[in-house]
Design a protein around this ligand. Structure first.
Ligand code: GLV
Ligand code: MN
Ligand code: MN
Length: 377
């Protein structure tokens, strides 16, 4: 399905007269040539991959909105001085290879590209095998783009929270992106017969996991800030039979905050909780940090371009932080970056009933087009 979606997307870009390039990890770049093609381009884009049981707007709005923004500029007869480049990033969601924003991380050089070649999915297919099968060859080291390659980057995205809808405001201009951390926890206890082993003799790995999940909740609630959140969204129990005591658990935690220091405090409390549970329950617990990224500040000039574009159409907007992470978090390391949010119904996201109205998408796309044109002028 990913390859079919990519093929459809590339065909729409070609229809629009854009020049399409793909890199070794499948990041796709569609260029609307400016009159001065030697200047660094202005870029926009997002992702079209999705988590299991996802909605249809997270990411997709920024990719198709970016394409429509370019097509609108073409229809208006605008020929920008800088080229405008639309990017479709590979694997923004952490679903397949266990790490979010794989494409944009490699693009900004934040990863050891050689080590990533052997990242595995749940069926033990390596990233190298998967990208080879999809037709993306060459070394991952070649994905990295230099600082200054782009003169600016804007990502249009649904808010994924309720604030804009509640305030009746159609646009959010993002000034900072919260810092996510995710970690894997491996618990080893002792399995056995669910009927025969007496309760005091047990070292149940799942019960230890349950206590850790509650420790995550307590750590997040304990900071006193509503910006602190912690989630245990994955818990695999081995051997996974109703009449067998769990001997092993693999769980994954997601801990976020707009303040890196508060996030570190939560992680420290979770680590202490793990130690305490391991000792009391006689299980061994190993922690593996998957990522702990610093937060990003958006660029004042790109924010100003978004503000001006919204004001020009008398659209109300609100400045806000992004509590979700995005490819923009990584693009901000190599280019002046900002984000534009539109409301989504009920603030719902990462669910099939996620929805943004055509009117909201059109408003966001219009402001994106104006801001891209201004930055590329
Ligand atoms: C992105 O999907 C996130 O989890 O914030
Ligand atoms: Mn998402
Ligand atoms: Mn997204």
């Amino acid at each position: 399905t990913d390859r079919a979606a990519r093929a459809w997307f590339k065909a729409r870009c070609t229809d629009a007269g854009l020049t399409v390039r793909e890199d070794a990890v499948g990041n796709t770049f569609a260029r609307f040539a400016g009159t001065d093609p030697a200047l660094p381009a202005i870029a926009t884009g997002s992702h079209i991959d999705a988590i299991p049981h996802a909605g249809r707007y997270d990411g997709t709005v920024g990719v198709l909105g970016g394409l429509e923004a370019i097509r609108a500029l073409q229809r208006a007869g605008i020929r920008p001085r800088r080229s405008i480049e639309l990017i479709q990033f590979t694997s923004e969601e952490p679903t397949r290879f266990g790490i979010g924003c794989l494409g944009s991380r490699l693009l900004c050089g934040s990863r050891d590209a050689s080590a990533d070649e052997t990242l595995c999915d749940k069926d033990n297919q390596t990233l190298n095998e998967a990208r080879g099968a999809a037709g993306f060859g060459g070394s991952l080291n070649g994905v990295r783009l230099a600082q200054g390659h782009y003169a600016g980057f804007i990502e249009l995205h649904i808010e994924q929270g309720p604030l804009l809808e509640r305030a009746g405001i159609p646009l959010g201009i993002v000034t900072a992106i919260a810092a996510p951390a995710s970690l894997r926890i491996f618990i080893d206890g002792e399995g056995g017969h669910a009927g025969a082993v007496l309760m005091p003799d047990r070292r149940d790995a799942f019960l230890a996991a349950a206590e850790i999940a509650l420790a995550v909740e307590a750590a997040a609630k304990g900071t006193g800030s509503r910006d602190s959140v912690g989630t245990c969204g994955l818990c695999e129990v081995f051997p996974g039979a109703v009449n067998s005591i769990p001997s092993r658990v693999r769980m994954e935690l997601d801990v976020r905050d707009t303040s890196e220091a508060r996030r570190e405090t939560m992680l420290a409390k979770i680590a202490l909780g793990c130690q305490e549970v391991a000792l009391r329950r006689g299980v061994t617990i190993r922690r593996e940090m998957i990522n702990a990224d610093p937060p990003a500040q958006c660029d004042p000039a790109v924010v100003a371009a978004l503000r001006a574009a919204a004001s020009q159409h008398h659209f109300k907007f609100q400045e806000m932080v992004s509590r979700a992470y995005h490819d923009s978090l990584f693009m901000s390391r190599i280019a002046p970056t900002a984000m534009l949010f539109i409301p989504c119904r009920g603030g719902v996201s990462h669910r099939p009933d996620e929805y943004a109205s055509p009117e909201a998408i059109a408003q966001g796309t219009l402001v994106l087009a104006e801001a891209l044109a201004e930055l590329a002028r």
